[in-house]
Design a protein around this ligand. Structure first.
Ligand SMILES: [Zn+2]
Length: 562
């Protein structure tokens, strides 16, 4: 809680010093004043919580509400006529509260608006029926912990529960994460506070500071709900939760670990929008065709890569899944499998301290010996493994190799250097994909505009052929009555979901010959460009032209990946 809110006793003590006027009225006045001040403090607390939940300027609003209330009290004390003083207090203190409500109501869904006719009606009808502790709550379940493997319902905590405060704030935080379509939320110790951050479509919000004690209670509440050991605050722990929504159950992964700075919590929320298929990953028809051809061919190596955390694993898995897992023997060798692949044998390679590269190659060798049809290798880093792959790919087995690198030429150079023998590296190589992710522009609130031809020319786009592009709304949205509203699809961010952008390098005989003969990079690039190869940024700008994303988003992604 915020410390700037004056304590009730201090304010009442100040009120007690009220100049007594008209003797026998003083007790009555005192009670009126106490009630008013209590109402004002309740408003202070509500605004503080509401700001936190809606991500409004919490400190500014606290200052406004607390400051105007204090001003009201001061006026009341100074004005010699009691009822005029009362009026002055009411106008300043409650006026500020009403201003806040007036400005926040359009930002929330109709059901969450306050002081409206419907809100009053709801308030009174609810009072008469059920006392509810948390007005908007989410319903948590622990998967498989109920009778006969069913999901166990986690009941709300009672107000006497020591974790009650963590429950209330934890519910707010989880609800906000779901409303924002966040795929991840983190609570990290930061000095005297706990920093709360949401990540939506790969973009992380500014940290919000939770009071340390409250943040720790939230972590404890989430751990207890997921069935983790609340008392153990050091050892890394992982658990699962589900959130019951009206029409679906969302799966949530909870991870905690401790350090000297304190305990941290990471919550990964299953993101339905991110469940992409190969067709919806964002590949162009030409790229899908190239992949199909690779699947049909015998043996061969395909390299897929990205700059850090740009969805490369998603594509890697989709490429493997595109094979018929019933008819084909598919195996993987992965350091950290990120998902379970049905009917695919996943070998989890755990790095140990003693000679990592030798043991990775040994694990690879035992897979090669089984003669699989398709093998996925994530993060191939050593020569021995790379050579094994290249040799085996010359025969029957097809390899999907995931490597780090932000464009196809970097990946090509890394692969060649890893194998250490240009001929062997190039012989089985067929395709290279480099990818990144951009946020898709929200189709509900996107705004068409006529782009500046100068900028288009700078970006190498055909300025004379582009009539309009799209961007997030440049002015706040309003409804038919002119009241400000927030786009329900994107919560006002202007973007909704992500799509992959791919740069593809098709390795043909001529390119193979150029690389093996050690041709200069400029000559290799020139040849690829003559084959209509597009660079990653050009592929991204094609999505801008198609209205799928914005120029600013593409510039942001490429600025960040530099
Ligand atoms: Zn929108």
């Amino acid at each position: 809680m915020i410390t700037t809110i004056p304590s009730l006793s201090a304010v009442l003590a100040a009120a007690g010093d009220l100049p007594a006027q008209g003797g026998y009225f003083s007790l009555f006045k005192w009670i009126v004043m106490a009630l008013m001040v209590i109402a004002w403090l309740a408003i202070c607390q509500w605004v503080d919580k509401d700001c936190m939940r809606l991500h409004l300027r919490r400190f500014t609003w606290n200052g406004v509400i607390v400051g105007s209330g204090a001003l009201g009290v001061l006026l009341w004390l100074v004005i010699p006529w009691f009822f005029i003083g009362l009026l002055a207090f009411a106008i300043t203190a409650f006026g500020a509260g009403y201003t806040y409500v007036y400005l926040r109501n359009p930002l929330v869904s109709p059901n969450s608006r306050v002081l409206t006719g419907e809100h009053m009606a709801r308030l009174f009808s609810r009072r008469s029926r059920e006392p509810e502790s948390v007005p908007e709550s989410i319903h948590l379940l622990r998967p498989g912990a109920g009778t006969r493997g069913s999901d166990l319902e986690i009941p709300p905590l009672a107000s006497e529960d020591p974790l009650y405060e963590g429950y209330v704030t934890g519910q707010e935080v989880l609800l906000t994460a779901i409303e924002r379509r966040a795929e991840r939320l983190t609570l990290l110790p930061a000095g005297q506070a706990i920093a709360l951050q949401y990540t939506t479509d790969g973009v992380t919000s500014e940290p919000q500071q939770l009071e340390r004690r409250v943040g720790e209670l939230v972590i404890a509440y989430v751990k207890q709900s997921a069935g983790l050991d609340v008392a153990d605050r050091r050892r890394p722990q992982e658990g699962m939760l589900k959130v019951q929504e009206p029409s679906r159950r969302l799966t949530i992964t909870v991870k905690t670990s401790g350090s000297r700075a304190g305990e941290s919590l990471v919550v990964l929320i299953e993101n339905l929008a991110e469940r992409l298929t190969l067709e919806t990953l964002g590949m162009t028809e030409r790229q899908q065709e190239a992949l199909k051809e690779f699947r049909r061919s015998e043996g061969g190596v395909l390299i897929t890569g990205a700059a850090a955390a740009a969805g490369s694993t998603t594509s890697f898995y989709h490429m493997l899944r595109a094979h018929d897992a019933f008819m084909t023997n598919i195996q993987t060798l992965e350091q950290q499998p990120e998902a379970d692949l049905e009917n695919i044998t996943q070998h989890h390679y755990e790095a140990n301290d003693s000679d990592e590269s030798v043991s990775f190659a040994r694990a690879m060798q035992s897979i090669v010996r089984r003669g699989p049809d398709v093998v996925g290798v994530s993060l191939c880093k050593d020569k021995e493994t790379a050579q094994l792959i290249a040799q085996s790919a010359l025969e029957h087995t097809k390899y999907y190799v995931q490597m780090a690198g932000k464009d196809t030429f970097t990946l090509l150079a890394r692969w060649a250097a890893l194998v250490g023998d240009l001929k062997l590296a190039m012989a089985p190589l067929r395709l290279i994909f480099a990818q990144t992710l951009v946020r898709k522009i929200c189709p509900e609130c996107r705004e068409a505009y006529r782009p500046d031809p100068e900028l288009l020319r700078k970006l190498n786009l055909p300025a004379d052929r582009i009539e309009r592009l799209y961007r997030p709304p440049s002015k706040p949205l309003v409804d038919e009555k002119g009241n400000p509203v927030v786009c329900p699809k994107c919560q006002g961010t202007g973007y909704c979901g992500r799509t992959g952008i791919y740069e593809t390098l098709v390795i043909d005989d001529e390119l193979r010959r150029l690389v093996v003969s050690n041709a200069p990079a400029s000559e290799i690039k020139q040849y690829c460009r003559s084959q209509k190869m597009l660079y990653l940024q050009e592929e991204a700008l094609r999505k801008v032209m198609a209205g799928e994303t914005s120029i600013n988003e593409v510039l942001r992604v490429f600025r960040e990946s530099k």
